[in-house]
Write a new protein. Structure first.
Length: 204
């Protein structure tokens, strides 16, 4: 297939990857556009609409913020973690539409919704799990993106994952998913896109 960036005016993935680390949604929508047409306006509007359920959480305690985010993601929005959805579960626009995806993407969605609601947030990872991190420093509270723990203290070896690093991990998963699906051209393209990222591979 031809690999073309999204709609007119959108910055292509390679350009975003080469600069300072952008917001999660911006880079991940550009990543999705490398593998098919993406309605970026719809995706951004969906994130904006979904974030309205979190308005007012900035006034809550850190633990209460995480509890509310868990209720919104898993309850009101019906997001479900899955590692068996193939490539669709690793592309942001598909996950926003299907309401299920890899925990890494659910963490990115959670961080984007919290940020839109005025709460400092980011994606965090341990060696085997993905989290939304709310706050920072001693006030950091994390929500397991598998949505089975509402909130808790940062686990051992927790580290932040910027948009560049998250995209690198997702591209590794996409290369595997496309290879398994017999889409060798897409698998090779995922490998080429990884090389555009200023990321030193680390265990995740």
């Amino acid at each position: 297939m031809d690999h073309m960036p999204g709609g007119a005016g959108e910055r292509p993935f390679a350009e975003l990857a080469a600069g300072e680390c952008p917001p999660y949604a911006e880079l991940l929508l550009a990543l999705s556009a490398e593998f098919g047409a993406v309605d970026t306006a719809w995706a951004r509007e969906r994130l904006d609409d979904d974030s309205r359920a979190l308005f007012g959480v900035a006034s809550l305690s850190p633990l209460a913020r995480a509890d509310r985010l868990a209720a919104v993601l898993g309850g009101e929005l019906g997001l479900r973690p899955t590692t068996g959805a193939g490539a669709a579960g690793l592309l942001l626009d598909r996950v926003l539409c299907r309401r299920e995806g890899h925990p890494a993407l659910l963490a990115a969605i959670g961080a984007e919704l919290a940020r839109r609601a005025g709460v400092p947030a980011g994606v965090y990872a341990s060696p085997s799990r993905w989290f939304v991190g709310l706050g920072h420093g001693d006030d950091l509270v994390v929500l397991d993106a598998a949505l089975d723990d509402a909130a808790g203290e940062p686990p051992h070896e927790l580290r932040p994952a910027c948009a560049h690093e998250l995209a690198f991990c997702l591209l590794c998963g996409l290369a595997t998913a496309y290879t398994q699906a017999g889409r060798d051209a897409d698998a090779r393209h995922a490998g080429r896109l990884r090389l555009a990222l200023p990321v030193v591979p680390r265990g995740a």
